[in-house]
Design a protein around this ligand. Structure first.
Ligand SMILES: [Cu+2]
Length: 153
């Protein structure tokens, strides 16, 4: 009976260890990426938010849901912005696909930030900016958007 109990404990430990190790990687604060083949199932209140990278104006937070936007391969990230947050004209080397999760975000095309040239997209709406196209945007009210595409972004 004791041998059976010991075997059970060892097998459980071997089976559980990889799961524990994987969870530990997902909690890393210094390296906010997830392997492309990693299973992800998170509710909105479980998303791990961090300060947005310095390439964005200060005040926003972002989260990596899947993949690594800085590397080749598919990625999905979210951006949380305060009301009135503005993103100046910029381009990306790959297409940017944006789904508005909450709030509203306006998008415009061109070299100059021009609120009269934007279209307001509400929660549930979608926008896609082709690779290399200059675009800009701003948030109306506290806003969360999800961005997906192919890295490097
Ligand atoms: Cu962009």
């Amino acid at each position: 009976m004791k041998k059976t109990t010991l075997l059970f404990v060892v097998l459980c430990a071997l089976g559980i260890w990889p799961i524990l190790a994987q969870n530990d990687q997902g909690k890393s604060k210094s390296h906010p990426t997830r392997k492309a083949d990693q299973h992800v199932a998170v509710n909105a209140n479980e998303v791990h938010w961090m300060d947005a990278p310095p390439s964005l104006p200060p005040g926003a937070q972002f989260a990596v849901l899947a993949g690594n936007p800085g590397s080749p391969g598919l990625y999905t990230i979210r951006l949380k912005m305060p009301s009135g947050y503005k993103i100046p004209p910029h381009t990306h080397p790959t297409a940017e696909n944006v789904t508005v999760i909450s709030g509203a975000m306006s998008f415009g095309m061109g070299d100059r930030f021009d609120e009269s040239a934007g279209k307001k997209i509400k929660a549930g709406g979608f926008a896609s900016m082709p690779a290399g196209m200059k675009h800009f945007g701003w948030a109306s009210g506290p806003t969360v958007v999800q961005v997906h595409g192919a890295g490097p972004f």
